[in-house]
Design a protein around this ligand. Structure first.
Ligand SMILES: [Ca+2]
Length: 401
């Protein structure tokens, strides 16, 4: 990957004899490549619980990829994806924030990426003939608010990216063993545009022919860190909206016909009342406390929940919806995750491209027979490798409420 940016730099310099060369989004090298895979699920997931308390969920995607997610009781999540062409990727995420991802290709190459909690990675590539090459990145947060990412390549060369607090970054001049040419310093804006200071440039021998495809991702992806720890808000899950103005999720409560198999059209049902929630953080549990002002409603009920979310930046967001029983997520009236039906707790996910600013979120939920319930919504932000509950600081009451 890094070689491409070297070649690009050479190519740009070759185009201009002036002191400044400017351009727009066509440079390369996200230091950390997102590894999420989004595929259409072909058949329903199956979940099994082992005697040690761990659960395994198996899904088959439309492209034939079989993914098994095993959650151990110590929080370790092991994900094994087997592609139809035989490539197997195993990712072990421990609850201490470290991740080890191993990819075995069909040609016998094995790639192991270990990500530490501070975002530092080491990558070891072992080929079928036993050749081993190692590379690593080290991420350092500096006292002045900048972040330094140093990548050590398999041939021992290094490159350094300094990211400023405002998101702009400097791809520093690097000296490369291959031809000992120092490349210019590039200042890269958050929109991907950049300018080179060619005064740092040393002469080179000949233009380099290269083929280059611009990546979909920005030039630089910020380092990723483990999800922050989460503390649920104190007090009951469902509260009176008027008494708790800090709880932004408005849920309309309905009784639904017993033996319902899926989320009904709530507009055809009598609304018991509105209640408010702080967060969709209802983990798998028995539900016996009911709702304020609605006595003894523990089963066969529905919630139609609406609120607004202030999306912090443009990008692709992945949403994870866990529920017992059924749930559906719409954003701006577009279906994003369908987890409908009468079932024990299960997670479904979906990705959507969102622009910065407020968007309307809508989750419909049903509880079948008592007492088990769950309703959790998490997201994975662009260029991160963890999921978390959406921060409540981004929530607002729904429009018109
Ligand atoms: Ca249930």
């Amino acid at each position: 990957m890094h070689k491409r940016s070297i070649l690009l730099a050479v190519g740009l310099i070759g185009l201009s004899a002036s002191c400044k060369t400017t351009g727009s989004k066509k440079s390369a090298t996200p230091v950390i490549t997102p590894t999420t895979t989004t595929a259409t699920v072909l058949k329903p997931a199956t979940t099994a619980t082992a005697s040690d308390g761990s659960t395994s969920t198996t899904t088959t995607a439309a492209d034939g990829t079989i993914t098994v997610v095993k959650r151990a009781i110590d929080g370790t999540v092991t994900t094994v994806s087997t592609r139809k062409d035989g490539v197997v990727t195993t990712s072990i995420a421990k609850n201490d924030g470290t991740t080890t991802t191993t990819t075995r290709s069909t040609d016998g190459t094995s790639t192991v990426v270990v990500t530490a909690i501070n975002g530092a990675t080491t990558t070891t590539v072992t080929k079928a003939d036993g050749t081993v090459s190692k590379s690593s990145t080290v991420v350092t947060k500096n006292a002045n608010g900048t972040t330094t990412t140093v990548t050590t390549n398999p041939n021992g060369t290094t490159s350094t990216v300094i990211t400023n607090a405002d998101g702009t970054h400097v791809n520093t001049a690097g000296t490369y063993q291959a031809n000992q040419v120092a490349y210019p310093v590039a200042t890269v804006q958050t929109d991907g545009s950049y300018s080179y200071d060619t005064s740092a440039y040393a002469p080179y021998s000949a233009p380099v022919a290269y083929g280059y495809t611009a990546p979909a991702a920005p030039l630089y992806a910020p380092p990723t860190y483990g999800a922050p720890t989460y503390t649920p808000a104190p007090g009951p899950v469902f509260v009176d909206c008027g008494a708790y103005s800090d709880r932004k999720l408005v849920a309309s409560v309905y009784k639904i016909p017993s033996q319902s198999r899926s989320i009904p059209n709530f507009s055809t049902l009598y609304k018991e009342r509105d209640v408010c929630l702080n967060q969709l953080d209802v983990t798998n549990r028995n539900f016996k406390e009911g709702f304020p002002g609605v006595s003894n409603l523990l089963e066969w009920f529905g919630l139609d929940i609406r609120w607004s979310v202030n999306i912090p930046a443009d990008g692709t967001y992945k949403f994870f919806l866990n529920s017992d029983d059924g749930s559906i997520l719409w954003i701006d009236n577009n279906l994003v995750v369908n987890n409908d039906g009468i079932h024990s707790h299960q997670e479904r996910s979906g990705s959507v491209s969102l622009t910065a600013g407020y968007h309307s979120f809508h989750v419909s939920y049903i509880q079948g027979p008592k007492y088990q319930i769950a309703l959790e919504l998490a997201w994975q932000k662009p260029y991160t490798n963890y999921s978390e509950y959406i921060p409540t600081s981004l929530f607002a009451r729904p429009q018109g409420y």
